[in-house]
Ligand binder design. Structure first.
Ligand code: MBD
Ligand code: FE
Length: 289
């Protein structure tokens, strides 16, 4: 077994580009945790015990150990740690913390590797920044209201929206796309409402020519995420929510490689007379305590 040989059979040139762009972005974020030495020790002890248990259970060979070591080096060189971790690990962390916080509002989902803060602000009723080629896709009107858990609208809330284009590429993580394409910070009106015109996104394929793709191919898995919208909703005094929305009947919705779909997060847009997909979806924010 060699991950590289599997990769040679595939064909997407962008793994290194998107991986390293995501790594560079993440390196610019402030990363810290106030974890105590006691807690760190407890986590590491259990983590290493779990690794040992798996190795013993499967009697991992020296060849397999060396392939793993080589693969981990490659993940770093391709800049794919944000991708691999967000696809395979983040959903567990998201669920743990959603439960621990005791949210009653809108369900969260993983952030993924392609969020960029400070997207340009847009009014409550708006169109996402897009190119002529994006206008050839099916338009999607996404509208609704940001409210507290009792349904009172939250004026001046921000809805950050980011998603892939019809080819499955994100601006700033693939070449040749305007910087803020399909990214925006929408500010709700006095009733908490928004009405956003964008395009129907396509499923997202994990790059198959990088180490995350080789990893998936090595066990015969598929590299797809269902079409999705990413959202982060904020209002002072309320807990911000990071989530994703999916599409009823869409390919891979039942079988997301990143395990990040929840039934409450599936939209069912309807075509209007002009052939636009229209869907209403509201956000409920918990009060900060
Ligand atoms: C994505 O678009 C994404 O949302 C996640 C979680 C991982 C890889 C690509
Ligand atoms: Fe995504």
């Amino acid at each position: 077994m060699s991950f590289q040989n599997l990769a040679a059979e595939q064909g997407d040139p962008s793994a290194k580009g998107s991986g390293n762009a995501a790594t560079d972005k993440f390196k610019n974020e402030a990363v810290k945790s106030d974890t105590s030495t006691e807690r760190a020790g407890a986590i590491y002890t259990d983590l290493l015990a779990a690794i040992g248990e798996v190795a013993r259970k499967h009697e991992v060979t020296y060849d397999e150990y060396r392939v793993l070591k080589n693969w981990m080096i490659q993940v770093g060189e391709y800049g794919e740690w944000p991708l691999w971790l967000d696809v395979f690990v983040e959903h567990e962390i998201e669920q743990i913390n959603y439960n621990r916080m005791g949210y009653t509002g809108t369900k969260g989902s993983i952030e993924g590797p392609y969020y960029v803060e400070n997207a340009p602000e847009l009014p409550w009723k708006t169109e996402m920044p897009m190119r002529d080629k994006d206008r050839e896709a099916t338009p999607l009107i996404f509208k609704g209201q940001v409210a507290d858990v009792d349904g009172n609208g939250l004026g001046g809330a921000t809805v950050e929206l980011w998603h892939a284009d019809e080819d499955g590429y994100y601006s700033q993580f693939a070449p040749g796309i305007p910087e803020w394409n399909l990214r925006g910070t929408i500010r709700t009106n006095e009733n908490g409402e928004y009405e956003i015109k964008t395009l129907q996104p396509a499923p997202y394929q994990i790059p198959t020519d990088g180490p995350t793709g080789w990893f998936i191919a090595s066990y015969g898995g598929h590299p797809w995420r269902p079409a999705h919208l990413h959202l982060r909703v904020k209002h002072p005094g309320y807990r911000e929510i990071t989530t994703q929305l999916y599409f009823q009947g869409g390919e891979w919705t039942e079988n997301d490689v990143a395990t990040a779909v929840k039934p409450e997060l599936i939209l069912d847009p309807q075509a209007d007379a002009e052939g636009q997909n229209v869907v209403e979806y509201g956000f409920k924010l918990d009060k900060e305590d």
